[in-house]
Structure formats: C-alpha cells, structure tokens
Ligand binder design. Structure first.
Ligand code: ADP
Ligand code: MG
Length: 589
C-alpha cells in the first residue's frame, strides 16, 4: 500500500500557475486583463501589439497613472490589489479588476516584463520568467505602464495544446479589443497584429463609428439608437436585417462585456412578431446598474454576471428595445386614391372586423430613427375607426375638405400587382404592401385590443373533427379561450369534437383548419390563437381587390404602430426611397 505524501503548502509559482488555469485561458484573456488594468489606471491612450495570435508576444502600453517602482513586486503577488480593501468594496466596485490575480497568473506562464513610471522620466522594469523574478532595472520612460508577455504557455504544454490556430486566436483578440473599444469611447485604442494596424480607434468616436470597423454598413445605416435612459443605452438593428446567428448581440453591464441569457431573451422578446422565430437581431446594449445590484464575482474571467432583480433587468431591456423599434416606425403613410372614396358598402365586404366602439390610436411618437430607410410624412389626425369605416363624412370634420382628407398625406394607391401586393407612390419613394400580411396585422391588432370576439355563427350542420387522445388535454386547456373567440365545441368522445358554431370571421372550412392547426400544437398562448385566427381570416394572396377595398385596408393598416411586420414577423411592406431608386438606375453612385 502506498503512503500518503505529507501535506505541504504549494510554492507561489505553482499556486499562480494553477490560478492561471482559470484567469488566462488563451491569449485574448491576457489582452483583456492587461487592457482592463490600463483602463482602471485612467489611461486615455492604449496600444496593444500581438504577434502569432498572441503566442509569441502580447504587449500593452498605456499612459495611465503607473505603478511606483517599489510596488512592482507587489503587483505581481497573488491577491495584491490597489482596487479593493474590504468585502464591502465589492458592492460599490466600478473598476474592472479587484481579485489581484491577473498579473501574477500571467507572469507564471510566460516570460513577463513590467515597466512602469508614475511620472515622466524615470521608471522601473521588472522581468519575470515563469513566475520567478529574473531582473529589476531602472528605465527611462514616459508616465504609464508597458507590459510585455512573451512565449505564453511555453511552460504549460497542456494549455498550449488547447490553443486554436494562430488566426483564430488573433481573431479572438481583435474581437475582444473591439468590444472594449465600444465600451470605452473616451480612450484612444490601437491594435497592431504582426506589424499591421488592425484598429486605430480615436477618442471621441461614436459607437456607430467604432462598430463600422466590424459591422457592414448595410446593417449600421438602418440601426436604431435607444431613446435616452440613464440605465441603458446603445443601438439595435432594424428587424429587416435580422440574421441567422446571434453573433452581433453584445451586452455590457457597467462597461463589462457579459454574456447573459436574461438579456438575450429580453431582446428577443422585444423583436417578437417583427422577426422570424429562427432569426436574431443585432444589438449593442450598455446597462448601467448600481454596483450593489449585480454580482460580477461569479467567475474569474467575469464574463458572467448575476442580477439581484432579474425581472427588473428583463423589463428594462425589453422596453428600451421596444421603444427604439416603435419610434423607428412611427411616421405613417397616409394613403389615398385618385378616384374612389371608401364607401361603407365596399368596406363591409372586407372582413376588417372592428368592434364599433373600438378606437385605434395612430402612433403619436416622433421618429428618432436617423437611419430609417424611408421617412413618411407623419399622419397627424387622431382618427377613430368609425371615422374610417362607418362614417365617411366624418373626414370632413377632421380635415379642411373631404377631398383633401383623401389626399392629405404623401401616399397614393396605384394598384395591385400579382393580385398580392398593393403599390403605393409616396413622397419619398415606392412602397409595396403585402395585402395578406397587412390584413393579418389589422385583424390581429383588433383581437389584441378587444381581447376576445364574442360573435359566433351557428353551423346548420355541425362539423365533426377527430382528435388524438393526447390532443384532448390541449383542447381542454384552450377551451375557454376558444369559446371566447367564438367557437362552440362539444367533446362527444375522447377522440371526437363537434364544431357547432364558428367565429363570424371564419367559415366552417377555415374554422376546421384553424382548430387543426391549434391542435397540432401551433398555439401556446392567446397571442398565438389570435395570430392563427388573423391568418385564417385575412384576405389571401391572389385575391383581387377593388381600389376602394385596397384603400380601406391600407387606411386601417397604416394607423397601427406595429404595422411593419405581420404577427408572424414577416415584413408587411418593402420600399425603395427615391434615392435608392436613383442608385438602382445608376443615376447616381
Ligand atoms: P487587479 O486588477 O485585480 O487589482 P492585477 O493582477 O490585474 O489585479 O493587478 C494588480 C495591481 O497592479 C492592480 O491592482 C494595480 O494596482 C496594478 N496595475 C496593474 N496594471 C496596471 C497598469 N496598467 N497601470 C497601473 N497599475 C496597474
Ligand atoms: Mg486586473
């Protein structure tokens, strides 16, 4: 039998090498720690140089307040920090560092050189090899700190093996610098990779200017700035440039880049109904929260965070993003048609289904979107739905003359193409509206506003629908909602349902289709039920519309704040500004 070895305290180099396992995973983590230290030191100019993806050299030079020569050794001692002196301090921390682990960890797995000066002129330089001090000398240098890390992980072959290709590590470094550059607009930040300048960010640039080093112009031009809020700022992408992967979603909490599921789901929730379920938007969001409401001390690399009040943070993010999205689309198109006036008769032919007392307020917000692709003239008057549908003469009371009301805005309805798209000539360009999607949106919003539609239409001959026993529970869960919507159902056996009445908007066949979709698990909430109903009841692509029917639809649709997307998130309209048309025809470049 083997004897247990005696217990002994590990030598400091070994302790640091073990700690390095957590703090320094790869070259980019070294870059992160060194740049954070520079920012903590109040630097306004930071230069980062890397070679071979950071494996042969990482050098970070700053003009911060420096480290006194006498404290260089201390800076390299584990749990030595100038940023924290009691556990209470953690609650008020605004600096990036506080664990006092980074420098000793890095120095234990590399050839490390730390030169620093607290005034211009004389500084000191300490050289460390794999954690042991090798040399200390005075050096002439400007105020600031200059740290170089060579041969990273040369003494930790296991770690070396896990590094990716040089190009991958280099990309991780540049992504990290970009993130830090976005959060620290006040700092000049330069990245040089193998003698090539990758970034040269200047202090005072805007967020969008810095992002343009990484994001395509087509995305940035359409991005929407969040409205002023002391706790959250940033920008989000326009829903029509949503993408398949979540790789342009960046979160920062108190300037610290973080990855967080709550923040991600809040953003996705805000875009719900504007993009498809499988798509992701772009977002760069900076949260500023009181330090005592978050815990950053979850992981040594500090990329994870805990929020004291998760639901508060969720709501903060969702509502900020929502208001950016809503503001962007506030300007409305007013539609008109040269000859025809919507008449009550033709409009009733369209199942627009407003309750007579219902009002829909037009979006009354001002547009803050500086990059909105087309700026429509704002629809000024608050119209009620009766004014639009039941009492055409009331136009006369809200506008100077009935004719003017028709042509009050900037849009003129030109006609229908492919029996599917309504063509509008607006002051700023050409717009196509998908008639099915627009009608879906109108119906959906009506359901949402009225909550439920009580009107039902009894069927002379009830329709029998067979259900799988497993679907019966689902049906029972949704029973009240379905009845509220106007269905009348009777469960005659565990596998048979009798459809005895349908909502007035659906005929028997549509109602059957609707129930089948619901039973197939398409609906999990009332919102889903409305969306399916709106889809079933809306006019279809391929339905020919008379001019006044089209006009009535457009008028109802254009009053909705979220009219740009159908309830499934597909776009309702696409457009080309006059400028874009000129470009397409190569009249201008
Ligand atoms: P932490 O940042 O958690 O305090 P570090 O190991 O990163 O721990 O750094 C140790 C200490 O060294 C810091 O607390 C700070 O006083 C000093 N230091 C490190 N880098 C710099 C720098 N670039 N400029 C000035 N001081 C620095
Ligand atoms: Mg640090």
């Amino acid at each position: 039998m083997q004897h247990a070895s005696p217990i002994q305290l590990l030598p400091p180099e070994l302790q640091n090498q073990i700690a390095a396992g957590e703090v320094v995973e790869r070259p980019a983590s070294v870059v992160k720690e060194l740049v954070e230290n520079a920012i903590d030191a109040g630097a306004t100019r930071i230069r980062v140089e890397i070679r071979d993806g950071g494996q042969s050299l990482i050098r970070v030079t700053d003009n911060g307040f420096g480290i006194p020569g006498k404290q260089l050794e201390l800076a390299l001692t584990r749990h030595a920090t100038s940023k924290l002196s009691s556990i209470q301090d953690l609650m008020t921390m605004r600096s990036f560092g506080f664990r006092g682990e980074a420098l000793p960890s890095i120095a234990s797995v590399s050839r490390f050189k730390l030169a620093s000066a607290t005034t211009d002129g004389e500084g000191s330089c300490l050289e460390v090899v794999h954690g042991s001090i090798a040399d200390k000398q005075p050096v002439a240098m400007q105020k600031g700190t200059d740290i170089s890390v060579q041969e990273l992980f040369a003494n930790v072959p296991a770690r070396l093996k896990f590094l990716k290709q040089t190009a991958t590590e280099a990309r991780k470094c540049s992504e990290l610098i970009l993130r830090m550059a976005l959060a620290n607009l006040q700092v000049d930040l330069e990245l040089i990779q193998s003698d090539r300048t990758v970034f040269d960010f200047k202090a005072g640039q805007t967020l969008a200017e810095r992002l343009s080093a990484f994001w395509p112009g087509s995305i940035l031009e359409r991005s929407l700035i969040l409205p002023d809020n002391p706790h959250i700022r940033g920008l989000v992408g326009s829903p029509d440039v949503a993408q398949a992967r979540p790789d342009r979603i960046l979160f920062f909490v108190n300037k610290r880049p973080v990855q967080d599921k709550i923040l991600l789901s809040a953003v996705r929730e805000a875009y719900r109904g504007r993009i498809l379920g499988k798509e992701y938007p772009q977002a760069v969001l900076f949260l500023d929260l009181p330090p005592d409401e978050i815990d950053v001390n979850v992981h040594p690399a500090k990329t994870e965070i805990r929020f004291q009040d998760e639901s508060h943070v969720f709501r903060l993010v969702r509502s900020a993003v929502l208001s950016a999205l809503d503001h962007a689309h506030a300007p409305a198109i007013s539609v008109s048609h040269q000859q025809s006036t919507p008449s009550a008769a033709t409009i009733h032919a369209l199942p627009v289904a407003f309750a007579p007392s219902e009002r829909i307020e037009p979006a009354a917000k001002e547009s803050t979107a500086s990059f909105a692709p087309i700026q429509y003239e704002k629809f000024a008057a608050t119209k009620t739905v009766e004014a639009l549908f039941d009492a055409p003469q009331s136009h006369a009371t809200t506008a100077a003359s009935p004719k003017q009301a028709q042509i009050a805005g900037t849009g003129t309805y030109l006609g229908q193409i492919a029996k599917t798209y309504l063509v509008l000539n607006t002051a700023d360009g050409l717009v196509l509206v998908d008639q099915h999607a627009a009608h879906e949106r109108v119906l959906f919003n009506t359901f949402r506003t009225t909550g439920r539609r009580g009107d039902r239409q009894p069927l002379l001959i009830p329709v029998e629908i067979s259900v799988h026993p497993s679907q019966t529970t689902l049906l029972q869960d949704l029973w009240n909602e379905l009845h509220g919507l106007g269905f009348s159902l009777e469960l005659t056996s565990p596998t048979r349902v009798l459809l005895k009445a349908t909502p007035t908007l659906l005929n028997a066949a549509q109602a059957k289709e609707y129930l089948e979709e619901v039973l197939a698990g398409q609906a999990r909430s009332m919102t889903d039920l409305w969306a399916i109903m709106a889809c079933k009841a809306a006019i279809k692509a391929g339905d020919e519309l008379a001019a006044d029917e089209a006009l009535a639809l457009l008028e109802a649709w254009q009053l909705l704040p979220d009219r740009h997307y159908c309830p499934h998130g597909r776009p309702v309209q696409i457009g080309w500004s006059n400028k874009e048309l000129e470009k397409l025809f190569k009249r201008r470049t």
